[in-house]
Design a protein around this ligand. Structure first.
Ligand code: FAD
Ligand code: NAP
Length: 336
């Protein structure tokens, strides 16, 4: 028979935002349930060295996420290997259905389902992912000091990444499928003025090539969209910047979204357009998309959920006691 699990706070997602929300919600004694989804540990499990997580000069992404999971568990978060397939936010308590058949009934929900970089879908792109092919210049640009780099895309992300990568690279080739960028003018101006960046218009990425042992990129072949002519570009790093898609499938029809589907939250808050539903991490962040910012938002979401439950008259103690709520400075009152 299908199981029903009741919880004060249901956390959906097991990346830095979800696990951090778990740590804080557990310490607030709201006994959260966290559902991990199809990618336990989130995006960082798909990378190797992480060099910008405070406290670790270098840590392997999967190791960091195992530690975060253990931390959330040790604090009291119940972690469940399930995927939420349906979420009913039309009335409280909220109802979520798991792939396992379990129904989760929750007074508050923290959405931490992250975002996924879009990829071109080339076989060679897949082969070199994590070994020269990346979708995160902030994360991986540092590895290409003094090297030639290729960036694919024509939006703000591609232009920002190309500009950022000139801090490390000897040359950046920006491959775009049209002869006009969709990025903002101010960014285009910066790009055009930068002597290290060479745009390659009207081209698509045909193939990434490199060595097998060790696995590493040596260059790319780009195809002219009209003539079909192939241009060979030597490069050690290839950054695909053709957009990120927030994992908003559960809520895109019921919550306010913007900037291509990112969940809107109140300023300085993780509260969404439905009271009691909070969003943290890459699902709501079209700007920074970093582990540490996601973790920060996970913390905010847990504290705001705790405050929300206390204001609803749930049997929840606000950290420090209700009398101490204001001095703790948790921010604006959450409207019911
Ligand atoms: P994610 O990490 O995206 O996690 C989302 C979680 O939601 C997953 O656990 C998934 O299983 C779960 N989920 C999704 N849908 C459902 C569902 N229906 N039901 C249940 N669960 C669901 N950032 C850095 O700061 N430093 C780096 O060095 C760095 N390197 C990166 C390298 C790569 C290759 C990539 C792709 C990203 C990198 N990032 C890095 C970015 C960083 O990984 C993200 O900013 C961060 O992981 C976002 O955290 P999140 O918790 O919002 O979501
Ligand atoms: P985007 O605006 O959707 O741009 C994606 C780019 O990739 C486009 O140039 C597109 O080409 C190209 N592209 C898409 N699919 C492709 C494919 N299969 N092959 C080759 N090229 C492909 O995505 P984004 O740049 O990540 O930006 C997403 C959102 O975040 C935007 O709203 C953006 O304004 C915002 N953002 C803002 C800032 C900022 O304010 N500083 C920074 C980053 C992002 P076409 O142009 O031909 O469609």
């Amino acid at each position: 028979m299908a199981e029903t699990r009741k919880t004060k706070v249901l956390i959906i997602g097991s990346g830095p935002a979800g696990y951090t929300a778990g740590v804080y919600a557990s310490r607030a004694m709201v006994e959260p349930i966290l559902v991990q989804g199809i990618e336990p540990g989130g995006q960082l499990t798909t990378t190797t060295e992480v060099e910008n997580w405070p406290g670790d000069t270098e840590v392997q992404g999967p190791d960091l996420m195992i530690r975060m999971e253990a931390h959330a568990k040790a604090m009291g978060t119940e972690i469940i290997g399930d995927i939420i397939t349906d979420l009913d936010l039309s009335s409280r308590p909220f109802h979520a259905t798991g792939d396992s058949g379990t129904t989760y009934v929750a007074d508050a929900v923290i959405l931490a389902t992250g975002a996924r970089a879009k990829w071109l879908g080339l076989e060679s792109e897949e082969k070199f992912k994590g070994f020269g092919v990346s979708a995160c210049a902030t994360c991986d640009g540092f590895f290409y000091r003094g090297q030639e780099i290729v960036v694919v895309g024509g939006g703000n992300t591609a232009v920002e990444e190309a500009l950022f990568l000139t801090n490390f690279a000897s040359k950046v080739t920006l491959i775009h499928r049209r002869d006009e960028l969709r990025a903002e003018k101010i960014l285009i101006n910066r790009l055009m003025k930068n002597p290290k960046i060479e745009p390659l218009w009207d081209h698509t990425l045909e193939e990434v090539y490199g060595t097998n042992s060790p696995l590493g990129v040596e260059g790319v072949k780009a195809r002219h969209v009209k003539s079909g002519e192939i241009t060979d570009i030597p490069a050690k790093g290839v950054f695909i910047a053709i957009g990120h898609a927030p994992a908003n499938e559960l809520v895109k029809d019921v919550l306010e979204t913007h900037m291509g589907g990112y969940v809107v939250t109140k300023p300085d808050s993780t509260q969404t357009s439905i009271p009691g539903v909070f969003a943290a991490g890459d699902l709501t962040d079209h700007t920074y998309r970093q582990a540490v910012t996601s973790a920060g938002m996970g913390c905010m979401a847990a504290l705001e959920a705790e405050r929300f439950l206390a204001e609803q008259g749930e049997d929840v103690e606000v950290a420090g006691g209700k009398d101490h709520a204001e001095p703790l400075g948790y921010g604006a009152k959450v409207e019911a």
